[in-house]
Design a protein around this ligand. Structure first.
Ligand SMILES: NC(=O)c1ccc[n+]([C@@H]2O[C@H](COP(=O)([O-])OP(=O)(O)OC[C@H]3O[C@@H](n4cnc5c(N)ncnc54)[C@H](OP(=O)(O)O)[C@@H]3O)[C@@H](O)[C@H]2O)c1
Length: 263
């Protein structure tokens, strides 16, 4: 067996996860691709294999935690994971006229985006600690920096993983484990297509993957893009609450915002 780098990517069947798999595919990588849709995963696998990567696909739902953790443990035993990219995610918006998200929608978002990430990492952290090596990449969102009125559950989930990942970075550096947080703005994908609003400074998934991989290679604590959207949300999070509130009031008005919401 050669010494390929073992990279596990969740949510690898489309969008940013697919673009990351293709960007990382080469003769030195073994890609372990997880998602629910096996047809799409197999299609991604073929593209990666044509770039000389060794690829294994696994049908997995990050909300099914015991099965997910069993699978990750099995993979890690056979191919000790050098890098995990926690990327699987879903979004949701409030309804027309400010209608609340249902509990089912809220749970789906938080279970996938927050518990799904923490559950994916939990079995790996202690084995990476034993090996004194590893790299953890978590795909959050610029929405983690300031709660956007139209996507409360999504913002909560992404702020949750932001806090978790920042804590991991401080904790695990003592075990030589790198942790990189990713905060994209709008990236063209099925997920962003479902968000019915203006999407300023949107970039392609391929461009996003390129920025993310360069950030991973530099072991950046925070990989946020694109400028100036990242500056905008940073400003909102750092500004006095009254100013941030005033700006958010200009961005969301329930009387005029129906175009921002799903019907
Ligand atoms: N696009 C943006 O503008 C944007 C901005 C900021 C952050 N992000 C984040 O980027 C990540 C990727 O999103 P994307 O934009 O590339 O959207 P996407 O094309 O819809 O990809 C989402 C991926 O997550 C997987 N997934 C969803 N639920 C899953 C589950 N329960 N178990 C396993 N896999 C699951 C999907 O695969 P299956 O359906 O096959 O399971 C798919 O591969 C998400 O975490 C998202 O929050 C996206």
């Amino acid at each position: 067996m050669n010494d390929r780098q073992n990279i596990l990517i969740t949510g690898a069947s489309s969008g940013i996860g697919e673009a990351l798999a293709i960007r990382l595919a080469n003769q030195n990588t073994r890609l372990l691709l997880l998602a629910r849709n096996t047809d799409k995963l197999n299609n991604v696998a073929k593209q990666c294999e044509s770039l000389s990567a060794e690829v294994f696909t696994h049908a997995a739902d990050v909300k099914e935690i015991p099965e997910l953790q069993h699978l990750i443990n099995e993979i890690d035993e056979e191919y000790p994971i050098d890098m995990i990219i926690c990327n699987a995610g879903v979004t949701n918006s409030i309804g027309e006229n400010g209608k609340a998200e249902s509990w089912e929608e809220i749970s789906h978002v938080i279970d996938t985006n927050l518990y799904g990430v923490v559950a994916s990492l939990n079995p790996l952290i202690s084995s990476m600690q034993k090996r004194k090596s590893g790299q953890i990449v978590i795909n959050s969102s610029l929405a983690a920096f300031y709660g956007m009125a139209v996507t409360p559950a999504y913002c909560a989930s992404k702020a949750g993983v932001k806090g978790y990942g920042e804590a991991l970075r401080g904790w695990l550096k003592h075990d030589n484990i790198k942790v990189n947080m990713v905060y994209p703005g709008f990236v063209k994908s099925a997920l962003s297509d479902s968000f019915k609003a203006d999407k300023p400074f949107m970039i392609s998934a391929e461009k996003a993957a390129d920025i993310i991989v360069k950030g991973i290679e530099k072991n950046k604590a925070s990989i946020s893009f694109p400028f100036p959207l990242n500056f905008g949300v940073w400003f909102l999070s750092a500004a006095p609450a009254g100013i941030a509130d005033w700006i958010m009031g200009k961005l969301y008005n329930p009387d005029t915002a129906n175009k921002h919401l799903k019907s």
